[in-house]
Design a protein around this ligand. Sequence first.
Ligand SMILES: Cc1ncc(COP(=O)(O)O)c(C=O)c1O
Length: 368
Amino acid sequence: MTLPLPPDRAPLLREMTASLSAMPDPAASGHLRLFEDEAAHALGTAHAVAVSSGTTALHAALSACGIGPGDEVLVPALTVIMTVAPLRALGATPVFVDSDPATLDLDYEDAARKVTAGTRAIIPVHLWGRMGDPGALAAFASEHGLAIVEDAAQAVGTVRNNRPAGTVGTVGCFSMKDGKILWSGEGGFLTTASSQVAEHARAFRSHWQPAPPGEAPLSRLATNFRLAAPLAALALANLRRMPGLLEWRRSQTRYLLNALQRVPGLSALAPAAREEWNGFSPLLHIGLPGPRAFAEHLAQQGVPNSTGSFRLVPCDTRPPFPVPQQPCRGTAEILDRTLAVVLAEGDTAATLDHYANVVARAAAAWAP
Ligand SMILES: Cc1ncc(COP(=O)(O)O)c(C=O)c1O
């Protein structure tokens, strides 16, 4: 198997140079506006609002959905702390829901048990770019009268049942931190069909200025979640390279999974039927004893991966939250047994061959 050529990086320098030559001009927001228009068009949604990170996209989105003190929000334990931090910042309470090891999708029976009179929203997280069933999500949210705020930080480009990740719910939130397929170093954006949500997010990201129609500028306390102009230029250049970036990441993932095909104890996780996965992170089930220790060992040997390098654990067990009475066991099983290799745009065939060799040798010699 061979890798195609990576996408051309020349447009990045071109747009960055144009942005820098317009600075420091507080009104130099040309790249930002173009990015928002083209991102909305690319995702087939009415509005996109660019912000400083995926975390701030979630924060602005939850605020726009009216989430505040006393509200409960369902969130999978199968996620990173960044999904949950904005909830706490708004004074809301995260209620952790388990996931199904067979599908990685939310465990809707567990979610239903955890709905109370105070539940306002659900945050599905498309971890590793994998997307749950959009029909099941919409049906659950509608049955319980919940807003859906999608954490699509890792899922740009994934489509399931013809629904692009980030366009199923009230709002979709994306990260453009480096390492993401669509990156700007730091950055993020949200997508929505609702002009009210978009206007709230635009006001919220810049100290309530411009304010939504009918409200005075600066009339509410908000914050600064703006995306810096040079980063908007990178975001725009990358958005225009998006088809190439997506194909490149899918090819890298296919290449590595192909190289690991015959390694005893490891088997590739297949996407669901009618899921066009973005290939964010090559995913393998670890059938070896001591699977988490194996992932940690690989990280020490230079193969970056979610659990081994970033100590990804079920979010319900993290220190800021009370010790769970009934921990999310499906989530623990998924995280312990999944090897999710962390890729970057710069990873060439030589990098991936090296990863494959390290993994194959480590698996053959594994004795925890
Ligand atoms: C699933 C998920 N949610 C939220 C975030 C937060 O995004 P950011 O780092 O841009 O704030 C990340 C970041 O990597 C993420 O992977």
